[in-house]
Design a protein around this ligand. Structure first.
Ligand code: PLP
Length: 382
């Protein structure tokens, strides 16, 4: 009897520690300005909830094909062609239990033990674990090196004969960085030159305030080597519904189907009907919401700058990632505690997102304007 050795390969989110600390403070009656989260500030739209209720009333409650219901796959095929410029058939799409499950399957399907996997850092924490769990070796490329530097050079200087996969997340968590078409083309050329697979995480495709979202698989000759991962979580405020989808060429799709079959055996059938209502809704639905996010971003970033923090204006996602070294010191766990004590603002230490995140804090501006105004006021008297 005993625990499997592979358990050593997976960590547990440090963010849980912060959540527990916040819950403790609230239980003691203290007010906390909660900017540590990562969820849309608005609820799931009514048209999605109505579709869920209708699906239940129509008894769409039995097993569905494990790869997804045909109507949803067809609607996604149309959305991918129109919005992402990814032209595929429904056989190239599979429904997953959120983006996290899609990414898990993508790494399991493309990484062999000892393969090196490149990704930009600071990175979304689960990526490091997923690379390790697939047997891969993480190779971090600092965002600082590519933000204004030469993308191809940054990648070429870290490639080895064992490099197999590059994970690209734009718009990015935790920094809010967005890669433009030139930068993505440089990554694509690099992937082609070294025969790499690209895992393209497009969870925040709708949360972009300047410029266009470019899908890696839409670039010339990239469809055949890209596993694209999407989710309903952020665009449709459906984080708790657990539904996303993966687009991949046949090389990977056969195994992705087996992974989905053997892990969740398909996403809940009524949830797929609700997702169909979401994806076939007016494509301009998100435009007004995007403006709400932009106002929130400008308010929080402005507050940090006035309080003498270095804070870039993040072009995407819903996080600010201020450099706190000058005001709060270089240890981001201590900085998180100090900020919480002095201003009641809860945040996530940058070190949680890898060593490149040290000296920073991640704060989500996906919350009410009232909370953000209070946070900005508190920062001004820090
Ligand atoms: N990718 C990134 C970068 C994320 O930040 C998240 C969620 O926070 C996801 C993927 C997956 O989200 P979900 O599993 O809710 O679809």
């Amino acid at each position: 009897m005993g625990l499997a050795e592979r358990s050593a390969l997976l960590g547990f989110s440090d963010i849980v520690k912060i959540r527990n600390r916040v819950m403790d403070m609230r239980a003691r009656g203290q007010r906390v300005l909660q900017l540590e989260g990562g969820e849309p500030f608005i609820g799931t739209p009514d048209f999605v909830k109505k579709a869920m209720k209708a699906a239940l009333d129509a008894n769409h409650t039995r097993y569905a094909p494990s790869s997804g219901i045909p109507a949803l796959l067809d609607a996604l095929r149309e959305k991918l062609a129109r919005k992402n410029r990814i032209t595929v058939s429904t056989n190239d799409i599979i429904i997953t239990s959120g983006g996290a499950h899609g990414l898990f399957c993508a790494f399991q399907a493309s990484v062999n033990p000892g393969d090196e996997v490149m990704f930009f850092a600071p990175y979304w924490t689960p990526i490091q674990d997923q690379v390790r769990y697939s047997g891969g070796v993480a190779v971090r490329v600092p965002w600082d090196d590519v933000r204004s530097g030469d993308m191809r050079e940054a990648l070429e200087s870290r490639v080895t004969s064992r490099t197999r996969v590059i994970y690209v997340n734009t718009p990015a968590n935790p920094t809010g960085d967005v890669l433009n078409r030139d930068q993505l083309t440089a990554i694509a050329d690099f992937a082609k030159a070294h025969d790499l697979t690209v895992i393209s995480d497009e969870a925040y495709e709708d949360l972009l305030y300047d410029g266009e979202h470019v899908s890696m698989a839409s670039l010339p000759d990239m469809l055949a080597r890209t596993i694209s991962v999407f989710t309903f979580s952020k665009s449709f405020s459906m984080t708790g519904w657990r539904i996303g989808y993966v687009v991949a060429p046949e090389t990977f799709m056969g195994f992705l189907r087996k992974l989905v079959l053997n892990s969740v055996n398909g996403v809940s059938t009524p949830t797929q009907h609700a997702a169909l209502a979401a994806i076939t809704h007016d494509p301009h639905f998100f435009d007004a919401i995007r403006e709400d996010y932009r106002r929130r971003r400008d308010l929080l970033v402005g507050g940090f700058r006035r309080a003498d923090f270095d804070c870039l204006t993040p072009p995407g996602a819903f996080y600010a990632f201020p450099d706190v070294r000058r005001r709060l010191g270089g240890d981001s766990w201590k900085a998180m505690e100090t900020l919480l004590e002095r201003t009641s603002i809860a945040s996530v230490p940058g070190a949680v997102f890898g060593p490149e995140g040290e000296g920073h804090l991640r704060m989500s501006y996906s919350t009410s304007m009232e909370v953000l105004e209070e946070a900005v006021e508190a920062l001004s008297s820090l």
